[in-house]
Design a binder for this molecule. Structure first.
Ligand SMILES: NC(=O)c1ccc[n+]([C@@H]2O[C@H](COP(=O)([O-])OP(=O)(O)OC[C@H]3O[C@@H](n4cnc5c(N)ncnc54)[C@H](O)[C@@H]3O)[C@@H](O)[C@H]2O)c1
Length: 344
C-alpha cells in the first residue's frame, strides 16, 4: 500500500497535535506535514515527542495558512493527498478583544488553503469546525442541532467558523473540491491551552487558587475527549461522503458548576475556591448536537466516558506542570474582568 501524505494545518495546537500523534501511531503508512504559524496557542512542545518517535514520517513547516506562496510551495514539494485543516483562532473570549485576526485566519486563511488545494488537486480537503456555528439553545430545550440546522452564530469566533464552513461548501459546489466538514462538540484532553475551561480550572486548582465561574454557571456544554474526536476524523476520511458535513458529539452534557465541583473534588478543595464573575459578552447558554448521522452512516461511537476522560485529563495536568506553567503566567484574558476592563 502506498503512503498517504497528509497536510495537517494547526497541528501544533491542542486537537491538531493529538490528531498527528494518533494518525502516526495507528496508520503506519501515513506521512504528515504540519503547517502551523505558532501563534500563542501553537507550541512545538505539543509535538516534540512526535518528532522523536516518528522521525522520517513527520515534518514541520512554520507558516500561515493565509500565505498562498508558502502553501503552494508545500503542495509542490510534499504533494499532499489529504488536507486536514485545524488551523484557527479558537478562543471565544479572545475574539471579543481581537476579532479581526479571527476573520483573517478562520475565513481568509481557509479560503487561501482552498485556492491552493484547487490549483494542485487533492483527494480530500477535510475542514474542522464546531458545534458553535449553529448558535445556542435554551437550557431546557428538547432540540439538538442536526447538520441541516441553520447557521446562527452569536460571537465573532463562531461567526468566523460559520463563514469558513460556508466557504468550504461553496468551493465544493462551484469548483468541485472534494471536501468534508466535521462540526464537533467541546473537546478536552491533554495539551489543551490553559485558557479553556477544564485546563483553566485544573491548573488553578493545582495552585490552590480560586476558580472563576461565570455567573451563568448552569450554562452547559457537550463534552468529547479529543481521542474520540480523532477517531471520528479517521472515519470521515476513510468512509465519509464527499461534500458532506458530520456532527460529532457524545450527548454528554455538563455545566460549569459541575466541572468546577469535579475538579475541586479531585484536589479536595472546598466550595470557597469558587468565585462568580461576570459572563463574557455573548456567552452561549448551551450547544447539543444530534450525531446520529456519523453513528449510523460511519459506525462512530465515542469510547471514552466523561468520568474517566476528565480524571485522566486532570491527572495529565498534574504530571505536566512543565508544559502549562509558563503559559499560565502569561494568560492574556482575565475572565473576572468582563464589564470592567473588557476582559484584559
Ligand atoms: N477545542 C474545542 O473544543 C473545539 C471544538 C470544536 C472545534 N474546534 C476547532 O478545532 C480546531 C482546532 O482547535 P484547537 O482547540 O486545537 O485550537 P488551538 O487554538 O489549540 O490550536 C490552533 C492552532 O492553529 C494554529 N494557527 C492559528 N492561526 C494560524 C494560521 N493563520 N496559520 C497556521 N496556523 C495557525 C495555532 O498556532 C495553533 O497551533 C479549530 O478549528 C477549532 O475551531 C475546537
Amino acid at each position: 500500500m502506498s503512503a498517504t501524505k497528509i497536510l495537517v494545518t494547526g497541528g501544533a495546537g491542542f486537537i491538531g497535535s493529538n490528531f498527528i500523534r494518533h494518525r502516526l501511531e495507528y496508520f503506519p503508512d501515513d506521512l504528515i506535514t504540519n503547517l502551523d504559524a505558532l501563534t500563542y496557542a501553537g507550541r512545538l512542545e505539543n509535538v516534540r515527542d512526535v518528532e522523536e518517535r516518528f522521525a522520517g514520517r513527520y515534518a514541520f513547516a512554520k507558516g500561515n495558512i493565509g500565505n498562498a506562496e508558502l502553501v503552494a510551495h508545500i503542495f509542490k514539494t510534499q504533494k499532499p493527498d489529504i488536507v486536514v485543516n485545524f488551523a484557527a483562532e479558537s478562543h471565544n473570549s479572545r475574539a471579543i478583544l481581537h476579532p479581526k485576526v479571527f476573520y483573517e485566519t478562520n475565513v481568509l486563511g481557509v479560503q487561501c488553503l482552498l485556492d491552493v488545494a484547487r490549483a494542485f488537486g487533492v483527494r480530500r480537503f477535510h475542514h474542522i469546525s464546531t458545534c458553535e456555528v449553529y448558535g445556542d439553545l435554551a437550557l431546557d430545550s428538547e432540540e439538538r442541532f442536526t447538520e441541516g440546522s441553520p447557521c446562527c452564530p452569536r460571537t465573532p469566533y463562531s461567526a468566523s467558523k460559520a463563514s469558513a464552513d460556508m466557504t468550504v461548501r461553496a468551493y465544493h459546489k462551484t469548483f468541485g473540491i472534494p471536501i468534508s466538514i466535521s462540526n464537533c462538540a467541546n473537546n478536552y484532553g491533554p495539551y489543551q491551552f490553559p485558557e479553556k475551561l477544564i485546563p483553566h480550572f485544573t491548573t488553578r486548582a493545582i495552585r490552590k487558587e480560586q476558580l472563576p465561574l461565570y455567573k451563568a454557571s448552569k450554562n452547559k456544554r457537550e463534552w468529547i475527549h479529543v481521542g474520540d474526536h480523532c477517531r471520528a476524523i479517521d472515519l470521515i476520511l476513510e468512509r465519509g461522503t464527499i461534500g458532506e458535513t458530520y456532527n460529532v458529539g457524545t450527548g454528554v452534557e455538563a455545566d460549569i458548576e459541575t466541572i468546577a465541583n469535579i475538579i475541586l473534588g479531585e484536589f479536595t478543595l472546598d466550595q470557597s475556591h469558587k468565585v462568580y464573575v461576570e459572563d463574557r459578552p455573548g456567552h452561549d447558554r448551551r450547544y447539543l448536537l444530534d450525531s446520529s448521522k456519523i453513528r449510523t452512516k460511519l459506525g462512530w461511537v465515542p469510547s471514552i466516558s466523561f468520568e474517566d476522560g476528565i480524571r485522566e485529563t486532570i491527572h495529565w495536568y498534574k504530571e505536566h506542570e512543565w508544559w502549562w506553567k509558563p503559559l499560565f503566567e502569561s494568560l492574556e484574558i482575565r475572565e473576572g474582568a468582563w464589564g470592567k476592563e473588557g476582559g484584559k
